[in-house]
Design a binder for this molecule. Structure first.
Ligand code: FAD
Length: 397
């Protein structure tokens, strides 16, 4: 039987995402809602925010009013889509990164990693007093694990919390903490027991407590004045701010890392699509040696290589999400996909800059910023070495 010819999708941001067998109209509507928010509230302001090195705190409340901050959190605390599948968060992360900027999402979504342990383990009144205002965008929470002495070996962290006279006494320091300077609460990994992963607990610390000092980390021109170092000097924390069982906080960290990796994968693949779409559009109109850039085989192959690597990563992502939906945490595959996705972004950003030539540096496109930010994704959320080791352990290699 002769098949009718189907129109090829344009190779723009949407067309570069291969069709997913698992996504439905419900996902399309959610995507449209997030895109509308990003188009109205974020994109027109990016240049100003980049020059200022920050974005206004009011964006949190605006995002909450648009129903975006509560994604995946319980409705009883002001959340929405509590039982929705992982595509909701993946789509949110993709749409937030579509303009080619990572930092707005990184700050706006710190509650994705900071809040779940509070919701899971906190007493009902603590959940109400912390989670509700955070989900309403009125308060902010950061998640602090990394220390100046290192982040990869989280089981070796040194910030201590001693039980003294009815409270915890916290001493130590954290660094490179997203949203640290804006945070009202800091979910902090501390050592409450013996050396190693078995002696770690999670404490919810009020950022305004006496003895908490915060300062900015200059950063890699990732216009983010909110990423910071936090020092704790004899900070007194009430006993009931222990989140989860004492000395068993490491398992909670691991769970949060999986969420962080999935949003990082979505971020890198979205930025890859944005960069690639710009490079393809440019190569189709720019001429050199009397013909379009795409008519030069060497450049055409660069673009096809990039499309191929994006499609492969998305096929893997769809499979991982399907497994998550079946209740399988897919830890090894999500770790490997994070490595694959960040390498895809690094490669695609390099090739896109290459195809753009001087246009890559003239300030009129998003590729230069994506190129600049690509490296960060290979560090935050777990470096390649750490994720490869994790995958090897999980796979029994
Ligand atoms: C933009 C950004 C935002 C961040 N936000 C947060 C946040 O909100 N909260 C938070 O807690 N942290 C955050 N981090 C910190 C991040 O988690 C750490 O940077 C990361 O865990 C790596 O730690 P490190 O930088 O101390 O590197 P190190 O641990 O010093 O490692 C340095 C290098 O050595 C490699 N290495 C280490 N151990 C091994 C090994 N066994 N085998 C082979 N190689 C190894 C690493 O892969 C890395 O390449 C953020 C980082 C960035 C860049």
């Amino acid at each position: 039987m002769q098949q009718s010819a189907r129109a090829l999708p344009p190779l723009d941001f949407d067309g570069l995402r291969p069709p997913s067998p698992f996504m439905t109209d419900v996902h399309a509507r959610w995507c449209a809602r997030v895109r509308d928010f990003v188009t109205r509230e974020i994109e027109p302001n990016l240049a100003t925010w980049e020059a200022a090195g920050t974005f206004p705190d009011s964006l949190y409340e605006t995002a909450a009013r648009a129903g975006l901050l509560g994604v995946g959190f319980p409705e009883r605390l002001g959340g929405n889509t509590e039982h929705a599948d992982p595509y909701f968060r993946v789509i949110f992360s993709e749409e937030m990164h579509r303009p080619g900027v990572g930092v707005v999402f990184a700050d706006l979504a710190t509650h994705w990693i900071g809040l779940p342990p509070v919701v899971q383990f906190g007493a009902p009144d603590l959940q109400e007093s912390i989670a509700r205002p955070v989900l309403a965008g009125k308060k902010r929470i950061a998640f602090a694990v990394t220390e100046p002495s290192g982040g990869s070996d989280a089981g070796a962290l040194r910030t201590s919390a001693e039980s003294r006279d009815g409270h915890w006494l916290v001493n130590g320091a954290k660094t490179l903490i997203s949203g640290a300077l804006r945070a009202d609460y800091i979910l902090t990994a501390v050592r409450t027991g013996a050396a190693g992963a078995g002696g770690i607990s999670l404490l919810l610390i009020d950022a305004a407590s006496p003895g908490v000092e915060r300062r900015a980390v200059p950063g890699l021109r990732w216009y983010n004045s909110s990423i910071g170092t936090i020092e704790f000097r004899d900070v007194q924390v009430p006993q009931d701010r222990l989140i989860g069982p004492e000395n068993k906080g490491f398992a909670g960290l691991a769970k949060q890392f999986n969420i962080e990796r999935l949003s990082g994968i979505a971020a890198t693949l979205a930025m890859s699509r944005t960069a690639l779409a710009e490079a393809i559009a440019w190569a189709q109109q720019r001429e050199a040696f009397g013909k379009k850039l795409v008519e030069h085989q060497a450049l055409r192959h660069k673009l096809v290589d990039a499309v191929r690597s994006v499609r492969i990563a998305y096929a893997y992502l769809d499979q991982c999400i399907w497994r998550l939906q079946q209740g399988d945490n897919a830890v090894a595959d999500i770790a490997m996909l994070k490595v694959q996705a960040t390498r895809t972004l690094e490669r695609v950003a390099r090739e896109a800059m290459h195809v753009l030539g001087q246009h890559g540096y003239d300030g009129t496109n998003r590729v230069e910023r994506i190129y600049r930010e690509a490296r960060i994704f290979a560090i935050g959320g777990g470096t390649e070495e750490i994720l490869n080791d994790l995958a090897a352990r999980q796979l029994g290699i």
